[in-house]
Design a protein around this ligand. Sequence first.
Ligand code: HEC
Length: 93
Amino acid sequence: MGTAEPPAPVPARQAELMHLLRQDCGACHGMTRQGGLGSPITAQALADRPEDSLVATILQGRPGTAMPPWQPFMTPAEARWLVWVLKNGKGLP
Ligand code: HEC
């Protein structure tokens, strides 16, 4: 919260990432990110998590858990922008 938005992807790519968030991430973390197979990833749940570690979790996954690595599907800058979106609830239901 309260941090500046990092460099944002172009609008078409933002739309793709938001789609990924709803469909793919939502499959485990829930449509409204309240959790399911995956832990809650609401702004509230992530408030005290350091951004760098969340970016690393998204890119590399969490070995030994169901959280897969998303590195093949997004750049580090895009993962950082997604973390900002999640932490700020920007454009999310
Ligand atoms: C196949 C199920 C699955 C999918 C798909 C998935 N996750 Fe996860 N995710 C998990 C699980 C399970 C954990 C908890 C791992 C643990 O126990 O540490 C997790 C953890 C996380 C965390 C860390 C939360 C914290 O409190 O530290 C973040 C952030 C996260 N996922 C984001 C995402 C994003 C963004 C996507 C889509 C690009 C995604 N996840 C897709 C299962 C999934």
